[in-house]
Design a protein around this ligand. Sequence first.
Ligand code: HEC
Ligand code: HEC
Length: 346
Amino acid sequence: MNKFKTIWVICFLTTVAVLGIFACRKSADVELPDYLSFEVPKGWPMPSYPFHDNPLTEQGFELGKKLFHDKRFSVDNSISCGDCHMQHEGFTHNDHGLAHGVNNQSSTRNPPGLINLAWRNSFNWDGRFNKLDEQPIHPITAPNEMGETMANVLKKLRDDPEYPVLFLQAFGTRNISEASVLKALSQYMLQIVSFNSKYDKVKRGEASFTLSEQFGYEIFQQKCISCHTEPFFTDFSFRNIGMPIDPGLRDVGRMAVTGNKEDSLRFMVPSLRNVQLTFPYGHDGRFPTLINVFDHYSNRVVQAPGTDPLVRNRISLTPFEMGQLQSFLFTLTDSTVLQNHRLRHH
Ligand code: HEC
Ligand code: HEC
Protein backbone atom coordinates (compact mmCIF):
# COMPACT_ATOMS: atom_id res chain seq x y z
CA MET A 1 0.00 0.00 0.00
CA ASN A 2 1.43 3.42 -0.80
CA LYS A 3 1.61 6.24 1.71
CA PHE A 4 -1.34 8.11 0.22
CA LYS A 5 -3.62 5.12 0.51
CA THR A 6 -2.55 4.46 4.11
CA ILE A 7 -3.46 8.02 5.10
CA TRP A 8 -6.92 7.66 3.56
CA VAL A 9 -7.48 4.37 5.34
CA ILE A 10 -6.50 5.97 8.64
CA CYS A 11 -8.83 8.93 8.02
CA PHE A 12 -11.67 6.59 7.17
CA LEU A 13 -11.16 4.43 10.24
CA THR A 14 -10.95 7.51 12.51
CA THR A 15 -14.23 8.85 11.12
CA VAL A 16 -15.92 5.51 11.67
CA ALA A 17 -14.58 5.37 15.22
CA VAL A 18 -15.71 8.91 16.07
CA LEU A 19 -19.18 8.34 14.60
CA GLY A 20 -19.34 5.07 16.47
CA ILE A 21 -18.54 6.73 19.80
CA PHE A 22 -21.15 9.42 19.21
CA ALA A 23 -23.75 6.86 18.19
CA CYS A 24 -23.08 4.89 21.38
CA ARG A 25 -23.24 8.00 23.52
CA LYS A 26 -26.44 9.06 21.84
CA SER A 27 -28.12 5.72 22.27
CA ALA A 28 -27.17 5.73 25.96
CA ASP A 29 -28.31 9.35 26.17
CA VAL A 30 -25.10 10.60 27.74
CA GLU A 31 -23.69 14.03 27.44
CA LEU A 32 -19.95 14.43 27.09
CA PRO A 33 -18.48 15.32 30.50
CA ASP A 34 -17.44 18.89 31.25
CA TYR A 35 -13.67 19.02 31.09
CA LEU A 36 -11.86 21.08 33.73
CA SER A 37 -8.40 22.54 33.46
CA PHE A 38 -5.95 22.16 36.31
CA GLU A 39 -4.63 25.57 37.24
CA VAL A 40 -0.97 25.83 38.12
CA PRO A 41 -0.38 28.79 40.45
CA LYS A 42 1.93 31.41 38.96
CA GLY A 43 5.61 30.57 39.40
CA TRP A 44 4.97 26.96 40.48
CA PRO A 45 6.47 24.00 38.62
CA MET A 46 4.33 21.76 36.44
CA PRO A 47 2.53 19.02 38.39
CA SER A 48 3.76 15.45 38.12
CA TYR A 49 0.34 13.75 38.10
CA PRO A 50 -0.34 12.22 34.64
CA PHE A 51 -3.50 14.19 33.83
CA HIS A 52 -3.52 12.79 30.27
CA ASP A 53 -4.46 9.39 31.75
CA ASN A 54 -7.23 10.87 33.86
CA PRO A 55 -8.53 14.14 32.40
CA LEU A 56 -10.35 16.17 35.03
CA THR A 57 -14.07 16.60 34.57
CA GLU A 58 -16.79 18.14 36.69
CA GLN A 59 -18.58 14.77 36.79
CA GLY A 60 -15.41 12.90 37.78
CA PHE A 61 -14.70 15.40 40.55
CA GLU A 62 -18.24 15.21 41.97
CA LEU A 63 -18.16 11.41 41.79
CA GLY A 64 -14.77 11.37 43.54
CA LYS A 65 -16.10 13.62 46.28
CA LYS A 66 -19.05 11.28 46.85
CA LEU A 67 -16.80 8.21 46.93
CA PHE A 68 -14.33 9.93 49.28
CA HIS A 69 -17.15 10.38 51.80
CA ASP A 70 -18.81 6.99 51.33
CA LYS A 71 -18.56 4.75 54.40
CA ARG A 72 -19.15 1.63 52.29
CA PHE A 73 -15.43 1.58 51.50
CA SER A 74 -14.98 0.02 54.95
CA VAL A 75 -15.88 -3.56 55.85
CA ASP A 76 -18.61 -2.62 58.35
CA ASN A 77 -19.70 0.52 56.48
CA SER A 78 -18.54 2.63 59.40
CA ILE A 79 -15.76 4.90 58.07
CA SER A 80 -15.04 6.85 54.92
CA CYS A 81 -11.82 8.37 53.63
CA GLY A 82 -13.20 11.71 54.77
CA ASP A 83 -13.47 10.52 58.39
CA CYS A 84 -9.67 10.35 58.66
CA HIS A 85 -9.08 13.18 56.18
CA MET A 86 -11.47 15.94 57.27
CA GLN A 87 -11.60 19.16 55.27
CA HIS A 88 -11.94 21.55 58.21
CA GLU A 89 -8.96 19.91 59.93
CA GLY A 90 -6.65 20.29 56.91
CA PHE A 91 -7.68 16.90 55.46
CA THR A 92 -6.36 14.95 58.43
CA HIS A 93 -7.93 14.47 61.88
CA ASN A 94 -6.53 16.37 64.78
CA ASP A 95 -7.99 14.99 67.97
CA HIS A 96 -5.58 12.03 68.12
CA GLY A 97 -2.29 10.86 66.62
CA LEU A 98 -2.66 7.37 65.20
CA ALA A 99 -5.70 6.89 62.99
CA HIS A 100 -8.65 4.81 64.26
CA GLY A 101 -9.67 2.07 61.84
CA VAL A 102 -12.46 -0.52 61.78
CA ASN A 103 -13.03 -3.03 64.64
CA ASN A 104 -11.58 -0.64 67.18
CA GLN A 105 -8.13 -1.08 65.67
CA SER A 106 -5.56 1.62 65.41
CA SER A 107 -3.32 2.38 62.45
CA THR A 108 0.38 2.74 63.12
CA ARG A 109 0.70 6.21 61.63
CA ASN A 110 -0.72 9.72 61.75
CA PRO A 111 -2.70 10.66 58.60
CA PRO A 112 -0.93 13.43 56.67
CA GLY A 113 -3.05 16.40 55.63
CA LEU A 114 -3.85 15.93 51.93
CA ILE A 115 -2.65 19.00 50.06
CA ASN A 116 -1.11 19.79 46.66
CA LEU A 117 -0.91 16.08 45.82
CA ALA A 118 -0.66 16.76 42.07
CA TRP A 119 3.00 17.70 42.52
CA ARG A 120 3.97 14.62 44.50
CA ASN A 121 5.76 11.53 43.20
CA SER A 122 5.47 9.45 46.34
CA PHE A 123 2.83 8.90 48.95
CA ASN A 124 2.70 7.78 52.60
CA TRP A 125 5.31 8.53 55.25
CA ASP A 126 7.63 5.89 53.77
CA GLY A 127 6.88 6.70 50.11
CA ARG A 128 5.46 3.23 49.54
CA PHE A 129 3.33 4.37 46.57
CA ASN A 130 4.51 6.25 43.50
CA LYS A 131 1.07 6.75 42.04
CA LEU A 132 -1.80 8.65 43.59
CA ASP A 133 -4.14 6.29 41.72
CA GLU A 134 -2.76 3.34 43.71
CA GLN A 135 -2.48 4.76 47.21
CA PRO A 136 -6.18 4.32 48.23
CA ILE A 137 -5.96 0.52 47.84
CA HIS A 138 -3.83 0.64 51.01
CA PRO A 139 -6.36 2.26 53.40
CA ILE A 140 -9.26 0.31 51.84
CA THR A 141 -7.64 -3.10 52.35
CA ALA A 142 -5.51 -2.55 55.49
CA PRO A 143 -7.14 -4.56 58.31
CA ASN A 144 -6.50 -1.71 60.76
CA GLU A 145 -7.91 1.00 58.49
CA MET A 146 -10.99 0.09 56.38
CA GLY A 147 -10.49 -3.71 56.35
CA GLU A 148 -12.42 -4.24 53.08
CA THR A 149 -11.55 -5.93 49.77
CA MET A 150 -11.62 -4.07 46.44
CA ALA A 151 -14.00 -6.73 45.08
CA ASN A 152 -16.53 -6.05 47.85
CA VAL A 153 -16.26 -2.30 47.40
CA LEU A 154 -16.98 -2.71 43.67
CA LYS A 155 -19.95 -4.96 44.46
CA LYS A 156 -21.43 -2.45 46.92
CA LEU A 157 -21.05 0.37 44.39
CA ARG A 158 -22.53 -1.69 41.53
CA ASP A 159 -25.55 -2.61 43.67
CA ASP A 160 -26.21 1.03 44.46
CA PRO A 161 -29.02 2.65 42.46
CA GLU A 162 -27.10 5.87 41.77
CA TYR A 163 -23.45 4.98 41.16
CA PRO A 164 -23.72 3.24 37.74
CA VAL A 165 -25.26 6.41 36.29
CA LEU A 166 -22.64 8.63 37.90
CA PHE A 167 -19.83 6.47 36.48
CA LEU A 168 -21.53 6.60 33.08
CA GLN A 169 -21.61 10.40 33.23
CA ALA A 170 -17.98 10.64 34.37
CA PHE A 171 -16.28 7.87 32.42
CA GLY A 172 -18.72 6.96 29.65
CA THR A 173 -19.53 3.49 30.99
CA ARG A 174 -21.81 2.02 33.62
CA ASN A 175 -19.22 -0.63 34.32
CA ILE A 176 -17.64 0.29 37.65
CA SER A 177 -14.03 -0.88 37.66
CA GLU A 178 -11.25 -0.62 40.22
CA ALA A 179 -9.42 1.75 37.86
CA SER A 180 -12.38 4.11 37.49
CA VAL A 181 -13.01 4.19 41.26
CA LEU A 182 -9.37 5.12 41.86
CA LYS A 183 -9.39 7.72 39.08
CA ALA A 184 -12.48 9.38 40.52
CA LEU A 185 -10.92 9.50 44.01
CA SER A 186 -7.82 11.12 42.48
CA GLN A 187 -9.95 13.70 40.65
CA TYR A 188 -11.28 14.87 44.00
CA MET A 189 -7.98 14.78 45.89
CA LEU A 190 -6.02 16.53 43.11
CA GLN A 191 -8.25 19.56 43.43
CA ILE A 192 -7.30 20.14 47.06
CA VAL A 193 -4.78 22.83 46.16
CA SER A 194 -3.47 25.43 48.59
CA PHE A 195 -2.01 28.66 47.22
CA ASN A 196 -4.06 31.31 49.01
CA SER A 197 -2.67 31.40 52.52
CA LYS A 198 -1.51 34.69 54.00
CA TYR A 199 2.03 33.59 53.13
CA ASP A 200 1.08 33.28 49.43
CA LYS A 201 -0.61 36.68 49.51
CA VAL A 202 2.49 38.26 51.03
CA LYS A 203 4.59 36.64 48.29
CA ARG A 204 2.26 38.08 45.65
CA GLY A 205 2.41 41.53 47.26
CA GLU A 206 -1.26 41.41 48.30
CA ALA A 207 -0.64 41.41 52.06
CA SER A 208 2.18 42.00 54.50
CA PHE A 209 3.57 40.05 57.45
CA THR A 210 3.39 41.37 60.99
CA LEU A 211 6.76 41.96 62.60
CA SER A 212 6.75 38.63 64.42
CA GLU A 213 5.66 36.72 61.27
CA GLN A 214 8.49 38.42 59.39
CA PHE A 215 11.08 37.46 62.03
CA GLY A 216 9.66 33.94 62.06
CA TYR A 217 10.05 33.74 58.27
CA GLU A 218 13.67 34.83 58.56
CA ILE A 219 14.42 32.12 61.13
CA PHE A 220 12.58 29.62 58.93
CA GLN A 221 14.68 30.61 55.91
CA GLN A 222 17.87 30.13 57.89
CA LYS A 223 17.06 26.89 59.69
CA CYS A 224 14.23 24.98 58.09
CA ILE A 225 13.87 25.78 54.41
CA SER A 226 16.44 23.30 53.07
CA CYS A 227 13.97 20.49 53.81
CA HIS A 228 10.65 22.37 54.03
CA THR A 229 11.23 24.05 50.66
CA GLU A 230 8.88 26.65 49.14
CA PRO A 231 6.30 26.70 47.68
CA PHE A 232 5.25 23.22 48.89
CA PHE A 233 7.11 23.42 52.20
CA THR A 234 8.66 20.05 51.45
CA ASP A 235 11.49 19.06 49.13
CA PHE A 236 9.71 15.67 48.71
CA SER A 237 12.68 13.83 50.23
CA PHE A 238 12.91 11.33 53.10
CA ARG A 239 14.96 12.33 56.13
CA ASN A 240 15.91 11.11 59.55
CA ILE A 241 15.44 14.00 61.95
CA GLY A 242 16.62 12.06 64.99
CA MET A 243 13.28 11.10 66.50
CA PRO A 244 13.93 8.12 68.83
CA ILE A 245 12.22 4.98 67.53
CA ASP A 246 8.95 4.16 69.32
CA PRO A 247 9.61 0.79 71.00
CA GLY A 248 5.98 -0.28 70.56
CA LEU A 249 5.52 0.67 66.90
CA ARG A 250 9.11 -0.09 65.78
CA ASP A 251 8.52 1.91 62.59
CA VAL A 252 11.74 2.04 60.52
CA GLY A 253 10.24 4.32 57.86
CA ARG A 254 11.66 4.39 54.34
CA MET A 255 13.88 1.33 54.95
CA ALA A 256 10.77 -0.87 55.01
CA VAL A 257 10.30 0.04 51.32
CA THR A 258 13.85 0.15 49.95
CA GLY A 259 15.59 -2.35 52.23
CA ASN A 260 18.57 0.04 52.43
CA LYS A 261 20.13 0.46 55.86
CA GLU A 262 20.76 4.16 55.28
CA ASP A 263 17.00 4.68 54.89
CA SER A 264 16.39 3.52 58.45
CA LEU A 265 14.21 6.04 60.35
CA ARG A 266 13.86 8.26 57.30
CA PHE A 267 10.35 9.61 56.78
CA MET A 268 8.76 11.91 54.21
CA VAL A 269 9.33 15.61 54.82
CA PRO A 270 5.72 16.73 55.38
CA SER A 271 4.33 19.89 53.82
CA LEU A 272 3.74 22.54 56.46
CA ARG A 273 0.75 24.07 54.71
CA ASN A 274 -2.20 24.22 57.15
CA VAL A 275 0.15 23.00 59.90
CA GLN A 276 -1.78 25.10 62.43
CA LEU A 277 -4.63 22.56 62.11
CA THR A 278 -2.87 19.28 61.45
CA PHE A 279 -1.77 18.55 65.03
CA PRO A 280 -0.63 16.27 66.52
CA TYR A 281 2.62 16.15 64.55
CA GLY A 282 5.16 13.63 63.27
CA HIS A 283 4.62 10.31 61.49
CA ASP A 284 3.21 8.78 64.67
CA GLY A 285 1.62 11.95 66.01
CA ARG A 286 3.94 12.02 69.03
CA PHE A 287 4.20 15.84 69.20
CA PRO A 288 0.97 17.41 70.51
CA THR A 289 1.89 21.00 69.59
CA LEU A 290 4.27 22.95 67.38
CA ILE A 291 6.24 23.96 70.46
CA ASN A 292 6.93 20.25 71.08
CA VAL A 293 8.28 19.97 67.51
CA PHE A 294 10.50 23.04 67.97
CA ASP A 295 11.70 21.64 71.32
CA HIS A 296 12.63 18.42 69.49
CA TYR A 297 14.79 20.27 66.93
CA SER A 298 16.33 22.45 69.63
CA ASN A 299 16.94 20.01 72.50
CA ARG A 300 16.12 16.38 71.74
CA VAL A 301 17.43 15.33 68.32
CA VAL A 302 19.14 11.92 68.68
CA GLN A 303 22.71 12.64 67.60
CA ALA A 304 23.35 9.34 65.82
CA PRO A 305 25.36 8.79 62.60
CA GLY A 306 22.11 8.20 60.65
CA THR A 307 20.60 11.51 61.71
CA ASP A 308 20.46 14.08 58.90
CA PRO A 309 23.52 16.39 59.03
CA LEU A 310 21.20 19.43 58.81
CA VAL A 311 19.72 18.67 62.22
CA ARG A 312 22.34 16.41 63.85
CA ASN A 313 23.88 19.27 65.83
CA ARG A 314 20.38 20.35 66.84
CA ILE A 315 18.81 23.62 65.74
CA SER A 316 19.02 25.96 68.67
CA LEU A 317 15.88 28.02 69.20
CA THR A 318 15.07 30.33 72.11
CA PRO A 319 11.48 30.42 73.43
CA PHE A 320 11.17 33.85 71.79
CA GLU A 321 12.27 32.46 68.40
CA MET A 322 9.86 29.55 68.80
CA GLY A 323 7.02 32.03 69.23
CA GLN A 324 8.05 33.86 66.07
CA LEU A 325 8.42 30.64 64.09
CA GLN A 326 4.93 29.67 65.19
CA SER A 327 3.53 33.05 64.06
CA PHE A 328 5.09 32.49 60.66
CA LEU A 329 3.81 28.91 60.34
CA PHE A 330 0.29 30.10 61.14
CA THR A 331 0.45 32.24 57.96
CA LEU A 332 0.39 28.94 56.01
CA THR A 333 -3.24 28.34 57.02
CA ASP A 334 -5.37 28.50 53.89
CA SER A 335 -9.01 29.09 54.75
CA THR A 336 -9.94 29.05 51.06
CA VAL A 337 -9.19 25.31 51.11
CA LEU A 338 -10.54 24.57 54.58
CA GLN A 339 -13.84 26.29 53.87
CA ASN A 340 -14.10 25.71 50.13
CA HIS A 341 -17.72 24.86 49.49
CA ARG A 342 -16.83 22.94 46.35
CA LEU A 343 -14.67 20.46 48.27
CA ARG A 344 -17.32 19.97 50.96
CA HIS A 345 -19.48 16.90 51.09
CA HIS A 346 -23.19 17.69 51.36
C1 HEC B 1 -8.35 4.94 59.38
C2 HEC B 1 -7.99 6.26 58.87
C3 HEC B 1 -7.81 6.42 57.38
C4 HEC B 1 -8.73 6.18 56.40
C5 HEC B 1 -10.13 5.62 56.55
C6 HEC B 1 -8.11 6.61 55.16
N1 HEC B 1 -6.85 7.10 55.40
FE1 HEC B 1 -5.63 7.96 54.04
N2 HEC B 1 -4.13 7.93 55.39
C7 HEC B 1 -4.24 7.49 56.69
C8 HEC B 1 -2.92 7.33 57.27
C9 HEC B 1 -2.61 6.86 58.69
C10 HEC B 1 -2.00 7.67 56.24
C11 HEC B 1 -0.47 7.56 56.31
C12 HEC B 1 -0.16 6.14 55.92
C13 HEC B 1 1.28 5.77 55.94
O1 HEC B 1 2.14 6.64 55.89
O2 HEC B 1 1.59 4.57 56.02
C14 HEC B 1 -2.80 8.05 55.08
C15 HEC B 1 -2.25 8.51 53.88
C16 HEC B 1 -3.02 8.86 52.77
C17 HEC B 1 -2.49 9.45 51.56
C18 HEC B 1 -1.04 9.82 51.31
C19 HEC B 1 -0.80 11.22 51.75
C20 HEC B 1 0.63 11.66 51.67
O3 HEC B 1 0.89 12.84 51.96
O4 HEC B 1 1.52 10.87 51.34
C21 HEC B 1 -3.54 9.59 50.69
C22 HEC B 1 -3.49 10.15 49.28
C23 HEC B 1 -4.72 9.07 51.36
N3 HEC B 1 -4.36 8.66 52.63
C24 HEC B 1 -5.97 8.97 50.78
C25 HEC B 1 -7.01 8.21 51.34
C26 HEC B 1 -8.20 7.78 50.63
C27 HEC B 1 -8.52 8.07 49.18
C28 HEC B 1 -8.96 7.06 51.52
C29 HEC B 1 -10.25 6.31 51.26
C30 HEC B 1 -10.21 5.26 50.29
C31 HEC B 1 -8.24 7.08 52.78
N4 HEC B 1 -7.06 7.77 52.64
C32 HEC B 1 -8.72 6.51 53.94
C33 HEC B 1 -5.42 7.26 57.36
C34 HEC B 1 -6.61 6.95 56.73
C1 HEC C 1 16.72 17.57 57.60
C2 HEC C 1 15.48 18.06 57.07
C3 HEC C 1 14.61 18.89 57.97
C4 HEC C 1 14.91 20.12 58.57
C5 HEC C 1 16.18 20.92 58.48
C6 HEC C 1 13.71 20.52 59.27
N1 HEC C 1 12.73 19.58 59.12
FE1 HEC C 1 10.87 19.64 59.92
N2 HEC C 1 10.54 17.72 59.34
C7 HEC C 1 11.41 16.94 58.59
C8 HEC C 1 10.91 15.58 58.54
C9 HEC C 1 11.53 14.41 57.81
C10 HEC C 1 9.73 15.56 59.30
C11 HEC C 1 8.83 14.34 59.59
C12 HEC C 1 9.52 13.54 60.69
C13 HEC C 1 8.75 12.35 61.17
O1 HEC C 1 7.61 12.46 61.58
O2 HEC C 1 9.33 11.27 61.15
C14 HEC C 1 9.52 16.92 59.78
C15 HEC C 1 8.43 17.33 60.53
C16 HEC C 1 8.17 18.64 60.89
C17 HEC C 1 6.94 19.11 61.49
C18 HEC C 1 5.71 18.24 61.78
C19 HEC C 1 4.73 18.38 60.63
C20 HEC C 1 3.62 17.37 60.62
O3 HEC C 1 2.66 17.60 59.87
O4 HEC C 1 3.70 16.35 61.30
C21 HEC C 1 7.07 20.45 61.69
C22 HEC C 1 6.05 21.39 62.28
C23 HEC C 1 8.40 20.81 61.24
N3 HEC C 1 9.04 19.70 60.75
C24 HEC C 1 8.93 22.09 61.31
C25 HEC C 1 10.28 22.37 61.09
C26 HEC C 1 10.92 23.61 61.46
C27 HEC C 1 10.21 24.77 62.12
C28 HEC C 1 12.22 23.48 61.11
C29 HEC C 1 13.34 24.47 61.37
C30 HEC C 1 13.54 24.83 62.76
C31 HEC C 1 12.40 22.19 60.51
N4 HEC C 1 11.20 21.53 60.52
C32 HEC C 1 13.59 21.70 59.99
C33 HEC C 1 12.58 17.40 58.00
C34 HEC C 1 13.24 18.56 58.36
